[in-house]
Design a protein around this ligand. Structure first.
Ligand SMILES: [Zn+2]
Length: 55
């Protein structure tokens, strides 16, 4: 189950394409499957759509 692996490693940094916030992957998901920006007023969701990984 790759989702569990992603959550376990969980330290990758993500950046919101909409508001520009950066946050650890673990803050953007609760189940390791659905991702959304943790900023309250931002509704960006999805890796590659609303969020992207910071290399
Ligand atoms: Zn955002």
């Amino acid at each position: 189950m790759p989702q569990l692996t992603a959550r376990a490693t969980g330290r990758d940094l993500l950046r919101c394409r909409r508001c520009g916030a950066e946050f650890p992957e673990g803050q953007a998901t609760e189940d390791g499957w659905h991702y959304s920006c943790p900023e309250e007023e931002c509704e960006a969701t999805g890796i590659g759509e609303g969020l992207k990984r910071v290399d």
